[in-house]
Design a protein around this ligand. Structure first.
Ligand SMILES: Cc1cc2nc3c(=O)[nH]c(=O)nc-3n(C[C@H](O)[C@H](O)[C@H](O)COP(=O)(O)OP(=O)(O)OC[C@H]3O[C@@H](n4cnc5c(N)ncnc54)[C@H](O)[C@@H]3O)c2cc1C
Length: 293
């Protein structure tokens, strides 16, 4: 049994797998429809488009669009460990501070730029070094382009001549302007989300990764999650081993409430009696699960 099943080992899935499996008391399963990410066309930056229309690509197409003359447009999407971060053009672009702040203003507390910036900084190992906007020592390598085309420099010069400001750091306070891109590469190779977040976690015994597994659907059951002691009438989760089960009878209820407690001897020892109760979960990292019958 797993505490978390993650569908897709792409940018988001690799980060989730890493962060969730930091807790040794939970078991994490990561499922990926594609295979491993060993192809040189993944590692060699200039070869990324050679992945298109291959087994590394979902090879989607839009419905015919009336606004593009009835054509169907090709939509590449990565299909291997790393997902689209194993196929993308590696441009390191966070988004404009203005956009995050607009989300927050529209009712998404915690998504303002000042809220997300610490996470960007914590993720980064930027060759430019640490600053107000950038970090070093994080899992994601961010580099300057090694072999920019001569045309790029000319385009920047032309932009400046046309009055478009040249900005040194488009991931800083303002993105409007012209700039060379930084890239998610390390020593001249692509550095995908799998490289940054999944590989460092692969040795953890509580993380399992399966490739070439396509999830066909997710069946949702009525599941109530609660902290120990606050559940209403529930039946014991079938995923609990007997030694992990704690039950008690809530006030004004004829049915017992039960939950699974893992991760500490204290919880295990309280689990045998039908009237026992989880005593604490604060700070213990224990998992408590209740399932509605
Ligand atoms: C060609 C290309 C160029 C790009 N260039 C850039 C760029 O330069 N800079 C930038 O910031 N962004 C770029 N992007 C976008 C960026 O890569 C994506 O926005 C990002 O990787 C999306 O992350 P995700 O986790 O949402 O999805 P993905 O990384 O696509 O991950 C989804 C994963 O789920 C798997 N999956 C899907 N369905 C199932 C299923 N049923 N069962 C099991 N597994 C499943 C997929 O195989 C995949 O591995 C580019 C994308 C592409 C395709």
């Amino acid at each position: 049994m797993y505490d978390y099943v993650i569908v897709g080992a792409g940018s988001a899935g690799c980060v989730l797998a890493n962060r969730l499996s930091e807790d040794p008391t939970v078991r994490v399963l990561l499922l990926e429809a594609g295979g491993r990410d060993r192809s040189p066309n993944i590692k060699i930056p200039a070869a990324f488009s050679k992945q298109f229309h291959t087994k590394l690509d979902w090879d989607y197409a839009t419905e015919p669009e009336p606004h593009v003359d009835g054509r169907s447009l090709y939509i590449p999407r990565g299909k291997s460990l790393g997902g689209s971060s194993s196929m993308n053009a590696m441009l390191y672009v966070r988004g404009r501070p203005f956009d995050y702040d607009a989300w927050e203003a529209q009712g998404a507390p915690g998504w303002g730029f000042r809220d997300v910036l610490p996470y960007f900084i914590r993720s980064e190992d930027n060759v430019r070094g640490a600053s107000e906007y950038h970090g070093v020592g994080g899992p994601l390598h961010v580099s300057e382009q090694r072999s920019p085309r001569a045309l790029d420099r000319r385009l920047l010069d032309a932009s400046r001549d046309a009055g478009i400001p040249l900005i040194d750091d488009y991931n800083g306070p303002e993105q409007d302007g012209a700039s060379m891109f930084q890239v998610t590469q390390h020593r001249g190779q692509r550095f995908s989300a799998a490289d940054a977040f999944l590989r460092p976690a692969l040795d953890r015994p509580n993380l399992e990764v399966r490739t070439k597994v396509t999830v066909l659907g997710v069946a949702l059951q009525a599941v109530a999650r609660s902290a120990c002691g606050s559940a209403t009438a529930v039946a014991a989760s079938s995923s609990c081993a007997p030694s992990e089960r704690c039950c008690w009878r809530p006030a004004r209820s004829t049915r017992p409430s039960c939950c699974c407690c893992r991760g500490s001897a204290r919880h295990r020892s309280c689990a045998t009696s039908a009237s026992s109760r989880c005593t604490t979960s604060r700070g213990s990292g224990a998992t408590c699960r209740t399932t509605r019958s």
